[in-house]
Design a protein. Structure first.
Length: 324
């Protein structure tokens, strides 16, 4: 299997357990250089040089392998440039001092940002625009924290999947407005997007409620229910040519940027060939039953890490015994 050539068993276990793994130097410096030049020329994510980061590196074959050989065509990419934060803005978030020095905007992609059919309740019946894997390629050095690093809530893919399974067990639908996830205030302001939230209380609205208590550094502050919740994620330290693979359900965001140079990443969103958007109003259809299973079982689509499914079972037992 190709996966054996580019991921060690330990790396696969890391992906299973943490929901994220970094593959060092998997993209050549030549490919990175060409992509940087294309970005500088203002070419988009669909340009040949940017697409080559995925298609002409081992990433394409690796993701095909991980997802059972059947992945929807990848033709687009997000070019994510994060500029250094001006010094006087470092602890300011959307115009106000942050309660935490750790400025990150954790979220699960595609939740509560695509308005549903209800005019006054945009989250109601809003689709979940999911995918299978997020693949990020570093085009600049991000080897120190607080340089706009890609950051994750480790293990949140499991918490989120468990919550969706819980919503399904109660009859659905999944997402905001479904069981045990009340619709939350929507105050989108010009120039913002929902992932960044609005003061004072909707910052975590793109994250399933149980996951909001997560955070793994001493800089975790605040509470999930009073608007002062600011999770502290694990910043990924990467060099040019490194790739990060994150499970779709892993909460992620970017750290604040106190460095001097722009942080450049390119993100590819990879979908298993049966993957579709989840539409709450169609929850009981066969297509949505499948997507309900996908969102409830983080490894359903990852057929080539069967070994690690066994590992996951052992992890579950380990956690139980640790808890007791
Ligand atoms: Fe995102």
């Amino acid at each position: 299997m190709i996966v054996d050539d580019f991921m060690t068993l330990e790396q696969r276990r890391e992906l299973i357990k943490e929901g994220v793994v970094i593959l060092r130097k998997i993209v050549s410096q030549d490919l990175c250089r060409a992509a940087i030049e294309a970005v500088n020329r203002k070419e988009g994510g669909a340009s040949d040089a940017v697409q080559a980061l995925y298609h002409n590196s081992p990433l394409h074959s690796l993701l095909q392998d991980l997802l059972g050989g059947q992945v929807l065509p990848v033709t687009s990419a997000q070019i994510a440039v994060r500029m250094p934060t001006p010094t006087d803005q470092i602890d300011i978030y959307m115009g106000r001092p942050t309660p935490s020095p750790f400025d990150w905007n954790g979220h699960v992609d595609g939740i509560a940002i695509h308005p549903g059919p209800h005019e006054n309740n945009p989250d109601h019946e809003a689709p979940i625009m999911s995918f299978s894997a997020l693949v990020g390629v570093a085009l600049s050095e991000q080897i120190k924290p607080d340089c706009g690093n890609f950051a994750v809530l480790r293990g949140s893919h499991l918490t989120n999947a468990a919550f969706f399974a819980h919503q399904a067990s109660k009859g659905g639908p999944l997402g905001p407005g479904g069981p045990d996830w009340p619709l939350e205030p929507w105050h989108r302001q010009p120039g913002s997007n929902a992932s960044r939230g609005q003061w004072p209380d909707v910052r975590p609205r793109m994250i399933p409620p149980p996951t909001r208590s997560m955070g793994d550094s001493p800089r975790y502050v605040g509470e999930s229910d009073n608007g002062s919740w600011w999770p502290s994620a694990t910043q990924q330290l990467m060099s040019k040519g490194d790739a990060v693979i994150a499970h779709y359900l892993t909460c992620h965001g970017e750290s604040r940027h106190v460095g001097k140079k722009p942080r450049n990443m390119v993100f590819f969103r990879i979908k298993h060939h049966l993957h579709t958007e989840y539409r709450p109003r169609d929850h009981k259809t066969a297509e949505m039953r499948y997507m309900t299973e996908v969102l409830s079982d983080p490894w359903l689509e990852w057929s080539q890490i069967e070994v690690d499914k066994n590992f996951r079972s052992s992890l579950g037992k380990q956690t139980q015994s640790e808890d007791s």
